[in-house]
Ligand binder design. Structure first.
Ligand code: NAD
Length: 249
């Protein structure tokens, strides 16, 4: 039920952090992976090779829409199919709302929401053309549910992503395309480096996590495999928190 042998997945932003953890978990379950991102994901390629998996690299800057069709076409051409899209790439800008700039707003919304929508649209079109189903997994956040501090564009993007996940599920569930999201809690990656380095914020965050520690990227793998596999065929429009219990507080 969780076997992904013969399936192909795109994982955006797979060179580091959560994207790398997700790509490895999908590869371990048997999927071939197209690693999409700005910089070369050499470490991820090596790790996938080490577990006997198959991957290809598609270099693309997701701050613009120029490469959206190329990502889909290259994946199908090089890996022979396309079944799963993980919209993981994302950025964050920290500043007081009162000082926030247009660039801090647009840069985050472009990568975290605009490209996610149009890449999902291109993926769904390609599934329909191939007369097959598909699985879209969006990487949301605790700030899909909460306001956050000093990250207004990030909160807007991740709250929007939760709505988009539901909206696309409503339109595409009947076509065999599952659209769901994972909402990670606080994970030790580049994205949270500033928080981990701030003793006050770090202590506040840890004090609220029932599990008592930051998450590790590999710990998202199980949720990703579930949402990518047959095991979730009747799951549509859900947001699955993997948060050490944060939202339960
Ligand atoms: P990260 O900074 O290590 O990873 C972000 C990835 O996105 C990198 O691979 C980066 O190269 C890629 N990326 C960013 N801008 C890009 C662009 N213009 N074009 C192509 N690729 C681009 O951080 P992470 O924590 O692994 O973040 C992954 C996702 O998880 C993000 O969407 C983030 O918002 C989300 N998230 C992270 C946490 C956490 O605690 N770390 C919590 C909730 C959600």
């Amino acid at each position: 039920m969780f076997d992904l042998s013969g399936k192909t997945a795109i994982v955006t932003g797979a060179n580091t952090g959560l994207g790398q953890g997700i790509a490895l978990a999908l590869a371990e379950a048997g999927a071939a992976i197209a690693l999409v991102g700005r910089s070369a994901p050499d470490e991820t390629v090596e790790k996938i090779k080490a577990i006997g998996g198959n991957s290809t690299v598609v270099q693309a800057d997701l701050s613009s829409l120029e490469t959206v069709d190329e990502i889909i076409n290259t994946t199908r051409a090089e890996l022979g199919g396309l079944d799963i899209l993980v919209n993981n790439a994302g950025i964050i800008q920290r500043n007081n709302a009162i000082d926030f700039t247009m660039d801090e707003w647009d840069s985050v919304l472009n990568v975290n929401l605009r490209t996610v929508f149009f890449l999902s649209q291109a993926f769904a079109r390609s599934c329909l053309k191939a007369e097959q189903g598909g699985k879209i997994i969006n990487i949301a956040s605790m700030l899909s549910f909460q306001g956050g501090i000093r990250v207004p564009s990030y909160t807007a993007s991740k709250s929007g992503l939760m709505g988009l996940t539901r909206a696309l599920a409503n339109e595409w569930a009947s076509k065999g395309i599952n659209v769901n999201a994972i909402a990670p809690g606080y994970f030790a990656t580049n994205n949270t480096a500033a928080l981990q380095a701030d003793p006050k914020r770090s202590a506040e965050i840890l004090g609220r996590i029932p599990a008592g520690r930051w998450g590790q990227p590999a710990e998202l793998g199980g949720a990703a495999v579930f949402l990518a596999s047959r095991a979730s065929d009747y799951v549509h429009g859900s947001i699955l928190p993997v948060d050490g219990g944060w939202l339960a507080r």
